[in-house]
Design a binder for this molecule. Sequence first.
Ligand SMILES: [Mn+2]
Length: 332
Amino acid sequence: MTSSKKINRQAVSLFFRKIKEADRIAISGHINPDGDCVGACLGLCTYILDLDPAKKVDIFLEPISEKFRFLKHADKILQEKPDEEPYDLYFSLDCSDPERLGAFREEFEKAEFKICVDHHISNQGFGDLTFIDAEASSTCEILYDIFEEKEISFDTAQCLYLGIVHDTGVFKHSNTTRKVMEIAGVLIEKGVRPDFIIDETFYKKTYIQNQILGRALMESILLLDGKIIFSAIKKKDMDFYGIESGDLDGVIDQLRVTEGVECALFLYEKVEGQFKVSLRSNGNVDVRKIAENFGGGGHVRAAGCTVDGNVRDIVNNITPFIEQQLKQEKSV
Ligand SMILES: [Mn+2]
C-alpha cells in the first residue's frame, strides 16, 4: 500500500539475523535526544521485544523529556551500564557520527556487531551494517522501512509516529513526502491517535513556558519595515522564571509567523554577555549564510550562532546581512 520501500533486502535479513543471534543487545541515540531519537530507540526496542519477549535489550540515552515518558519501555532507559561485558549487538540510531553518541560511544565501539540507522546527510557511515537514507524524513521512517508492517504493534507505532511528527515539524517541513503521509496513515490504522501524540509531545507547554513566550512576543521589535523581527531574553529573567533554554522552544517560530516578516531573530543569554542567537527565515533569506558570518551554521530557513555582546550591538551587527540579502532578492 505504501509507495516504494527503498531498502536492501539482504541488509534487512542480516539486521534480523543479528538480532536473532544476539544474546545481549544495546540501543543508543544522539546526545540531547529529540523526538525522533527517542521514538527510534524505543520503537526498535519494542519491536524486538514483541518478536521475542525474552531478549535482553538495554537502551542508553541521556535523560529524556518527561513528555516522552508515556512510551512503552521508556522506563528501561539507562544512563549507565550495569556490568562490564560488551554487547553482542549495538544499534546507533539517529546519530550522524559516533562522536554524537557522547558517553555511550566507548560501549558502542566495544560491541561485537554494530548497526547504524540514520537520516543525516552528513553521516559518512560507521559500524558493520548501515542504513543511511538522507531522503528519509526521520530515523523512524527508515525503521518503518526495515520493519514488517504486520509485526508493528500499537506501542511500536506510537514511537515511530512520534519520531516522524517531531522531525517533520508536524508534517510541515520539506521532508514531508507522500510516503511520510502514507506511513502515518498505516500507523493511525495501528491505533495511534494523532491529536494525543501531537498535542502532548509537540505543542503542550507549561504555564511558565507560555508566560515567557508571551513576554518575548510583547517585547519583540520590528525592523526594516517589519521584514525583520527580534526579541531577547536576558539571563536574569531566565533565572527569575527558573527556566532553561529548552523552555524557550517555539518562541522563534511564533516570531517567524508574524505577518510581513521575512526573518526572525531570537536571542537568549547563555552566560552573562554571551547570547545564543536563533534565526528563522520564510524562504527569501538564507539564514545559514548569516549565521556562518558569526561562527554558527544550520539550514536555509533555520540557523543559529553564539555571539558575545549586548542585544543592541548583536542585532545591529546581524541585520545589515539580512538587509543585503533582501536587496539582492529584489534585484533578481
Ligand atoms: Mn532525526
